[in-house]
Design a protein. Structure first.
Length: 144
């Protein structure tokens, strides 16, 4: 995974501290992206310091071949802002992985449920030849 950093209103010593801390916290993201090649995932970390409120804002933008995800948080410490934005990104990645894993299961379960519904309503004469006809058959049975 490639990581790019950009900074706004920060001192050089802060930038080094931010880079080191952020890189030490990327283990969970790297673990979730282990199925991708290193050049397929790009993580952009933007941090900004607000002098007026003595606060930091961190935005982590992850680009993978099929999806773009963003985690953004603000806090009074840079460490907390990094941790919170990383947690948001990890949550999105886990949800996306679950979606990909369950996508095929849900469709096969839907087809099975429709078939059971058709059989339970004694519509044996109805022959279903395609997925579209399956959906149409379910709609016609529900409207009856």
């Amino acid at each position: 995974m490639k990581i790019q950093f950009s900074f706004k209103n920060t001192e050089h010593w802060e930038e080094q501290r931010i880079k080191e801390y952020a890189q030490s916290k990327m283990e969970s993201i790297v673990k979730l992206l282990s199925h991708l090649d290193d050049d397929e995932a790009n993580l952009s970390i933007r941090s900004e310091r607000f002098d007026k409120n003595n606060a930091y804002q961190v935005e982590m933008s992850l680009e993978i071949p099929t999806k773009n995800m963003i985690g953004m948080e603000a806090s009074h410490t840079i460490e907390k802002a990094i941790d919170l934005s990383k947690d948001r990104l990890v949550k999105q990645l886990r949800r996306y992985d679950e979606l990909l894993k369950n996508k095929g299961k849900k469709w096969s379960n839907l087809k099975r449920d429709i078939k059971e519904l058709v059989e339970s309503r004694q519509h044996k004469s109805l022959t279903i030849k395609s997925d579209q006809e399956t959906v149409e058959a379910m709609e016609s049975l529900e409207s009856a």
